[in-house]
Design a binder for this molecule. Structure first.
Ligand code: PSV
Ligand code: MN
Length: 409
């Protein structure tokens, strides 16, 4: 980790420009590419084997938002924070929204937690007990109200609902319950609000999950209507799934609502974005950048991190992850789309792949440093954050009650 050398920075940006042409538009797009950070990524988190507590972690929702403000301060592109209810439940949500605004932030996606209450052991919206189904609907509808109070237009839904053993539940009956519950919540949403449906192959249910893959989430979103879309969490697929293809398909259908960005090696590992598989992240961004260039596509896609920072210091990992997104997005913006289409039309497989590689292999770090300088930021956000002394101050000041503990992301 070295500071950007101002003498070589301009030279490196010029070298990129001589290869890829004027970068003015690319820089503007990077400045406007916003990544939302999750409140639950700032608190202590871990695995089912344990939680390693870190000094200075926030003790409540207000302090989590304060930390999100710091990530925005050093990156300039993380102006919103997702909340998880009841983890972030406060008396006065308007006051929480105001406190976010004071830090230059807004509250983004509202995520109801319908997976930890003891009542949900056999399902929330899909529970055989109508009283429990109603309880889940009420809890999610309360999040619609919270969204209205904090001026958020995103309701982000993930369900742990599923079964652990064959015979435990009736797939089709549960499917009906799921659609019925979602329909009630959908009808309670105000006009501008979007419902994002997040699917996951497995965990904590090991036999089947009610919304197991993009096709099931897509089918539910189709039935619900325009305001329902699919959320792609990068960790929620079987190993080897072609996520960029799923992304392209959903974009084309106008049904890609958002992302939970992270990386994985084995399962839903929730490690930092692009730490294992940067090429996959590049190929996903390649589809997104191409869609942005296509005037016919719906472009209201929410980019959100969903990671579990159990080993790295949380704010640093968050900054690192935002930068990792910017890095792969910047590379995707360098792809020569006209040349790529030409190579595809001519069946030139080697040239097509080389065009992608030209962009992917480019070192965009000087470009991102240049962008930050133009935004009035320090070119090296992790180093600048370390030098600020914020972590040491938080460790001194945030003594006492342990904060919220989460076990996944
Ligand atoms: C589930 O694994 C998930 O990805 C959902 O988005 C949850 O809301 C989040 O992690 C936190 O548990
Ligand atoms: Mn997620």
């Amino acid at each position: 980790m070295k500071r950007t050398d101002p003498n070589t920075l301009e030279f490196a940006v010029k070298a990129l420009e001589s290869q890829f042409g004027n970068l003015g538009r690319v820089k503007e797009r990077i400045k406007n590419h916003h990544i939302e950070t999750p409140s639950w990524g700032y608190g202590d988190s871990g695995t089912r084997f344990g939680v390693f507590r870190q000094p200075g972690v926030p003790r409540n929702a207000y302090e989590r938002i304060e930390d999100a403000g710091v990530v925005h301060k050093y990156t300039g592109v993380a102006p919103s924070v997702a909340v998880h209810i009841p983890w972030d439940k406060v008396e006065d949500f308007k006051a929480l929204g105001d406190s976010a605004r004071e830090q230059g932030l807004r509250i983004g996606a509202i995520n109801p937690n319908v997976f930890q209450d003891q009542d949900y052991k056999l399902g929330s919206l899909t529970n055989e007990n109508p009283a429990i189904r109603r309880k889940a609907v009420d809890q999610i509808s309360e999040c619609v109200e919270i969204g209205k109070a904090v001026n958020s237009n995103l309701l982000s839904l993930w369900f742990a609902d599923g079964t652990n053993y064959p015979g435990q539940g009736d797939f089709r009956r549960r499917k009906g319950y799921m659609l019925e519950g979602l329909g009630t919540v959908y009808d309670a949403m105000p006009g501008g609000m979007r419902m994002l449906l997040e699917y996951k192959l497995f965990e904590p249910a090991w036999y089947h999950t009610d919304l197991a893959d993009w096709g099931m989430a897509y089918s539910a979103a189709q039935r619900l209507g325009e305001q329902a879309q699919v959320l792609v969490d990068l960790g929620h697929h079987p190993l080897g799934a072609n996520i960029e293809h799923i992304v392209a398909f959903l974009i084309d259908e106008g049904k890609l609502g958002g992302f939970h960005l992270n990386d994985k090696k084995y399962a839903d590992d929730d490690v930092s974005v692009a730490s294992f598989n940067p090429y996959q992240m590049f190929l996903i961004y390649n589809e997104l950048a191409a869609a942005e260039d296509d005037p016919g596509t719906r472009s209201d896609i929410a980019y959100m991190l969903d990671q579990s920072h159990n080993i790295k210091p949380k704010i640093e990992e968050m900054i690192q992850s935002v930068v990792a997104c910017q890095t792969q997005y910047a590379k995707a913006l360098l792809v020569d789309r006209a040349a790529l289409t030409d190579a595809q039309n001519n069946g030139d497989v080697v040239r097509a792949e080389e065009i992608l590689q030209d962009a992917y292999q480019a070192d965009v770090r000087p470009l991102l440093a240049r962008v930050r300088i133009e935004m009035g930021l320090d070119p090296d956000p992790v180093i600048a954050f370390r030098e600020s002394g914020y972590s040491e101050k938080a460790a001194r000041e945030r003594q006492g009650a342990a904060g919220q503990v989460t076990l996944g992301g």
